[in-house]
Design a protein around this ligand. Structure first.
Ligand code: C5P
Length: 226
């Protein structure tokens, strides 16, 4: 891997601060930002609209086969498009999608469908002259980029996470989603060996961004050009 191109994997449970942290680290280090939660949300939205149940894996796989994926850049943010359309934030963060996303994300066919697309985001970042990629999700450091420059696992206590969602005005069953995400068979939410855990409950966003930026500096110091 070219040491000049940085890949940061950020995993953690719902409302653990992944998105706000990743966006700011991306700005500070000139990285492209990919929120893979939005990929699962987009697929969930499409499958709900198609009336396909997460219990019917064959129907899910058949529906996904006809769904072309692409990337549209919005500043530093790489957004997923399905069949040429980027779903809106309202569509991705509706109560219906919040409630259904974890059951769909537990279906192996859904994860397989997104695997290559998510790996290919590194090429999109290179082609668009970013210094690297920061990708957030649940299995980025364990499955998608186990070879990342830096793997972070974010945590926050239950009260802090509930406050964050309330401040966003969202109704979201954080605990229920974490339970399904941690107990599924394929790519469960877990802190992979070698990842660095950061509990950000008592930290400001700025402090978390500083900590990650310093860790990137340490990980890349001493690496030589291939
Ligand atoms: O990050 P966000 O809370 O938007 O993710 C929504 C859901 O997408 C998660 O609860 C999880 O079920 C699924 N997800 C996943 N793997 C990822 C990212 C998200 O299973 N890498």
């Amino acid at each position: 891997m070219n040491p000049d191109f940085v890949i940061i994997a950020v995993d953690g449970g719902a409302a653990s601060g992944k998105s706000s942290t990743s966006r700011l680290v991306a700005e500070r280090l000139n990285l492209m930002h990919v929120d893979t939660g939005s990929h699962y949300r987009a697929v969930t939205f499409a499958l709900i609209q198609a009336g396909v149940s997460p219990e019917d894996e064959a129907a899910v796989a058949a529906q996904l086969r006809g769904l072309p994926l692409d990337t549209q850049l919005d500043g530093r943010s790489a957004r997923i498009s399905l069949d040429g359309k980027v779903p809106s934030d309202d569509e991705l963060r509706s109560d219906a999608v919040n409630a259904a996303v974890s059951p769909y994300a537990a279906v192996p066919a859904v994860r397989q469908f997104l695997f290559n697309f998510q790996r290919s985001q590194a090429d999109v970042a290179r082609q668009n002259n970013f210094a690297g990629l920061i990708m957030e999700g649940r299995d980025i450091g364990s499955v998608i980029f186990p070879d990342a420059t830096l793997r972070i696992f974010l945590e926050a206590d239950a009260a802090t996470r509930a406050e964050r969602r309330a401040a966003e005005g969202q109704s979201d069953s954080i605990e229920q989603r974490d339970k399904i995400d941690s107990s599924r068979k394929t790519a469960p939410l877990t802190c992979p060996e070698g990842a660095i855990k950061i509990d950000n409950s008592g930290m400001t966003l700025e402090e978390v961004v500083d900590a990650i930026s310093n860790l990137v500096g340490t990980s890349t110091a001493g690496s030589t050009k291939n």
